[in-house]
Write a protein that binds this ligand. Structure first.
Ligand code: FMN
Length: 196
């Protein structure tokens, strides 16, 4: 099945922006595609301009383009399933968060802030014709060590960025998930209160 035959558009109860409706998380990436510098800067800028509590901006990014030493380190820090497909993406971005405030007290909202930054990043990539896939299935401590991150940083997740390739280059569970319908809980289940 070629990628163009996959219909991943969200089925919605009311119209939503195309960028949101069309975004999905592929596992089949074009391993010959490379990102331009302007594209990388553009998606990082989108992340940079995310809102954060007290404007602390507790997110940090390590951009590993395929073929680099950093990329090899990130590949070594993926779980088995993710390691089967993610290395083909043009780049993987390791997202880390600051765990503490300046005075050393715990900063419990950092993970939420970083999620907002990654959402921005994902939609900006989408607007450039690129696709992202977030992965929590990673070896967090190994990545912290191999990337020589500061003590107050915690590795949150890794995001792939690249061009989609035909699903047929995948096998097994990765293929099955690639061609599966995208689903969500209905609004009636997630909206607990409100007249909708
Ligand atoms: C925080 C987070 C962690 C995820 N971790 C993984 C992962 O380790 N491996 C994987 O294949 N997909 C992972 N995903 C992708 C989700 O399974 C996917 O986003 C979800 O099924 C919805 O599909 P969609 O993004 O195509 O709409 C993750 C997504 C998020 C947001």
């Amino acid at each position: 099945m070629s990628n163009s035959e996959l219909n991943k558009t969200a089925v919605t109860a009311a119209p939503i922006h195309d960028l949101i409706a069309e975004r999905w998380s592929p596992r089949s990436y074009d391993a010959t595609h490379t990102l331009g510098k302007a594209e990388i800067v553009s998606i990082l800028e989108a992340a940079r301009w995310a809102p954060s509590a007290n404007n602390v901006q507790p997110w940090r990014f390590s951009v590993a383009e395929r073929g680099t030493d950093l990329h090899a380190k990130v590949v070594a820090g993926l779980s088995g399933f993710n390691a089967s497909w993610a290395p083909a993406a043009s780049a993987m971005i390791v997202v880390s968060v600051q765990r503490t405030n300046e005075d050393g007290s715990p900063r419990r909202i950092s993970w939420y802030d970083a999620g907002l930054a990654v959402a921005n990043l994902s939609l900006q990539a989408q607007s450039l014709g690129l696709y992202t896939h977030q992965m929590a299935g990673i070896l967090h401590d190994d990545l912290h060590k191999s990337l020589e991150l500061a003590n107050d940083l915690e590795v949150l997740l890794v995001v792939t960025v690249g061009k989609v390739a035909p699903a047929s280059q995948l096998q097994g569970p990765a293929y099955d998930r690639e061609v599966a319908d995208r689903t969500r809980l209905p609004l009636s289940e997630i909206v607990l209160h409100g007249n909708i």
